[in-house]
Design a protein around this ligand. Structure first.
Ligand code: 58G
Length: 224
């Protein structure tokens, strides 16, 4: 799968390119992340890509032309890429959407800064607007990295055996609790059933715990 990322801060993506599961998948050529410096598509000598908003008010708005030219360039190599803008106005990113996106060959992510992009980009150049949650962050980069991480881990080859896909949200539930050695620490013991060796009982206990935790912490999930 190919990710192209349009950003003013390409170095931020080193966080996922250099370390962890996404980094390993890139090394194994299951994934690629290519960043595009939006300033390279500026047409003035100061490399500006933003301007004052029509109608006044504070802040700056990202201009149409540099973004449109950059998307055009990306589409020369990848005509079928799905262009996604990360914003609080987008469709909420959930497990189901991540799974659907993981079937694609190519995704282009547009990362906004300042007050966001000129609305004409959203109307004309964007296939989909996605939100990672109901809050504003100062740039789309962190949202893009969240999307890359969760979409990538839905690609079967990306997760190794050790991390094998045990995604609780696949069935709309929270995960069951996990324990490792030692059996007792500071008077806290591991639940007896996990030491029993009886796999059917363990599976039942874990399923019960998942439901109980979801009831306690996220009743809203059980409605689905
Ligand atoms: C309002 C404020 C609209 C994604 C900022 C657009 C991006 C939150 C999310 C913006 C983001 C999310 C400028 C900075 C987009 C632009 C970016 N904030 N919830 N901020 O997924």
């Amino acid at each position: 799968m190919y990710f192209d990322v349009i950003t003013l801060f390409p170095d931020m993506f080193n966080a996922i390119k250099n370390e962890g599961i996404v980094a390993r998948a890139i090394k194994k050529s299951y994934l690629s992340i290519h960043t595009w410096q939006l300033r390279d598509f500026s047409s003035n000598k100061y490399k500006n890509i933003d301007d004052k908003p029509y109608g006044g008010g504070g802040g700056m708005v990202m201009q149409v032309k540099p973004i449109r030219d950059c998307i055009h360039k990306i589409k020369q190599a990848n005509p079928k890429t799905k262009v996604i803008y990360l914003s609080p106005q987008g469709q909420p990113l959930k497990h189901k959407l991540a799974k659907e996106l993981s079937m694609l060959d190519s995704i282009t992510l547009l990362c906004g800064r300042y007050e966001g992009v000129d609305e004409r980009i959203i109307e004309h150049d964007i296939d989909m607007e996605i939100s990672i949650g109901d809050y504003v962050i100062s740039g789309g980069e962190l949202a893009a990295m969240v999307l890359i991480d969760t979409v990538s881990r839905q690609i079967p080859s990306v997760l190794g055996n050790a991390e094998s896909l045990n995604d609780s949200f696949a069935n709309n539930l929270l995960d069951y609790p996990h324990y490792t050695r030692p059996e007792v620490i500071d008077n806290q013991a591991v639940p007896e059933v996990l030491l029993s060796g009886h796999q059917a009982n363990i599976d039942t206990w874990r399923a019960e715990q998942s439901i109980k935790k979801t009831q306690e912490k996220r009743k809203d999930l059980l409605k689905n």
